[in-house]
Design a protein around this ligand. Structure first.
Ligand code: CUA
Length: 321
């Protein structure tokens, strides 16, 4: 729509990654400059009149002329045209954003304190959004806990993600590369870390990526696969892997196999079953001194992934401490 801002972004915006973004940026600049023009025009004229027509010794304040039909028509019609143009452009883009074309490529998005997961039509789950270049992509979004908001600034798309209902967002991007994803609705302690990226790939690269993402547990060393599980499911939001305490026990140092861990109602032995239970039913045995804030991953991780994660957790605690 407006080639001026297409290549480089602008003072206010990152380079647009979609037509939506080009339209939104154009409209933003249009409204800003129209507003600036009238603001300065009116303030400067007003100040000038106050000085020029002020009352001073020997000169009374001068009344304004009572009527000027031409002037009044101009200052009514001209702003009306501008306002209608602003409304029309905004409404047109808004309707485009709200109306996905038929035949979209659908990706399921889940917002959960404090990470995003993406599920593709073949069932593959990842924590990065990948999408093919030039394809109409629709996100079908839900939240398992509180209200989040899915925001890709480069694409100028943002949509609340609400528990108990689906919300939708669609885009078509030709900007191959990485685009940051934010949560734009305050959702608790780690809201500011609830980020992801959206990678736009050529179709062939996208297909290769999806194939790899679908089968990584079968193809990787278990410890490496477990590390990947840790990254994909957003465990890092709360569990460090270097022993540093955070909002949840670090995965390094306190998970020596067979050791006893204090919980609210006594102790529990650290073993495969405890780890598995803590992933699927995190509130069952919360480590003493921590809040029961972890959501369940029931239905999101299969036994293969849990097995890989256990291998990773063991590798972090080898030697015992
Ligand atoms: Cu999720 Cu803020």
């Amino acid at each position: 729509m407006n080639a001026l801002f297409l290549e480089s972004g602008s003072f206010w915006f990152t380079p647009p990654g979609t037509e939506f973004a080009e339209e939104v940026h154009f409209l933003f600049h249009f409204i800003t400059w129209v507003s600036a023009f009238f603001f300065f025009g009116i303030v400067i004229a007003g100040t000038w009149f106050v000085i020029k027509y002020r009352r001073r010794d020997g000169v009374d304040a001068q009344p304004s002329s009572s009527h000027n039909t031409t002037l009044e028509i101009v200052w009514s019609v001209f702003p009306t045209i501008l306002l209608v143009a602003m409304f029309y452009l905004g409404f047109e883009t808004y309707m485009d954003m709200r109306t996905p074309p038929p035949g979209t490529y659908d990706i399921q998005v889940t917002g959960q304190k404090w990470s995003w997961t993406f599920q593709y039509p073949d069932g593959t789950i990842t924590n990065e959004l990948h999408a093919p270049k030039g394809r109409d992509v629709r996100l079908v979004m839900q939240s398992t806990d509180v209200i989040h908001s899915f925001f890709i600034p480069d694409f100028a798309v943002k949509q609340d993600v609400v528990p108990g209902r689906y919300t939708y967002l669609w885009f078509n991007s030709t900007a191959v590369g990485e685009h940051i994803v934010f949560c734009a609705e305050y959702c608790g302690t780690a809201h500011s870390t609830m980020r992801s990226i959206c990678v736009i790939d050529e179709q062939a690269d996208f297909d290769a990526w999806l194939e790899e993402a679908a089968n990584f547990v079968d193809r990787m060393d278990p410890v490496e696969a477990g590390r990947r599980v840790y990254e994909i499911y957003g465990c890092a939001q709360c569990h460090t892997v270097d022993g540093t305490p955070a909002t949840a026990p670090s995965f390094k140092g306190s998970w020596t196999w067979g050791s006893e861990r204090p919980i609210e109602s006594g102790t529990v032995v650290v073993d495969e079953n405890y780890v598995r239970e803590s992933i699927l039913d995190p509130k069952a045995k919360v480590a003493r001194g921590f809040e029961p804030v972890m959501p369940t991953f029931q239905g999101q991780v299969n036994d293969k992934k849990i097995g890989a994660f256990i291998a990773y957790l063991k590798s972090l605690n080898e030697g015992g401490e």
